[in-house]
Design a protein around this ligand. Structure first.
Ligand SMILES: O=C(O)CCC(=O)C(=O)O
Ligand SMILES: [Fe+2]
Length: 201
């Protein structure tokens, strides 16, 4: 499927003030298993920490940054690792579908249901005003939630990020909505997520 050009409109989520597309089976289960295995082994996964109220706490997931541009995270300038072949392959598949270009990727590895990501939006200045973010999931299925920043009349929306799925967030999505990947008490296996981004500066 990724080789052909695809009509994205039929995958658009009904989320006001946003532009989000979700393709549950962008990769076949076989492709997804291969990518999961390759990424588990070839990526230089790190356990980073976050400063919270002056204390260093381990992040509830493993992470890795690859690409062409340095990025600022928690006030520190970080240099990415150079592109790995598997990441360039995924990047070019995604660029064909979205018609957008990406110069960096953040990888997240959720070791169990206890790993998670809190409410945030990807609205750093270096991503520009209307960032296009392409998010791929391999491995265990996890719930992903959207919550509007100000309009309490708009209900939160949750979707299941399936193995081999592609989620595209663009337009005003980051400006108006927050998203998160909550913990779950279900006994589940690992999940690997990649978010391709375009860093402007
Ligand atoms: O793991 C996910 O699906 C969420 C990733 C995410 O929101 C991010 O990397 O900014
Ligand atoms: Fe995010």
């Amino acid at each position: 499927m990724p080789e052909k050009s695809l009509d994205l409109t039929k995958y658009k989520l009904k989320l006001p003030d946003a532009e989000v597309y979700f393709i549950p089976d962008f990769f076949t289960p076989e492709e997804s298993d291969l990518y999961f295995a390759e990424l588990s082994q070839s990526i230089n996964w790190k356990q980073e920490s976050i400063k919270l109220f002056g204390r260093d706490l381990p992040m509830p997931r493993l992470t890795a940054w690859y690409g062409d541009k340095s990025y600022t995270y928690s006030g520190l300038k970080n240099e990415p690792q150079p592109w790995a072949p598997v990441l360039l392959q995924l990047k070019s598949k995604i660029e064909k579908i979205t018609g957008q270009h990406y110069n960096s990727v953040l990888l997240n590895r959720y070791r169990s249901g206890q790993d998670s990501m809190g409410w945030h939006s990807d609205n750093e200045q270096e991503l520009g005003l209307q960032p296009g973010i392409a998010s791929i999931s391999f491995g265990a299925e996890r719930r992903f939630s959207f919550r509007h920043r100000i309009n309490k009349d708009l209900k939160p929306l949750s979707i299941n990020l399936t193995n081999g799925s592609l989620l595209l967030m663009q337009g005003a999505t980051q400006r108006n909505w927050l998203h998160s990947l909550p913990k779950t008490t279900k006994p589940i296996s690992e999940r690997i997520n990649l978010t391709f981004r375009y860093i402007k500066t």
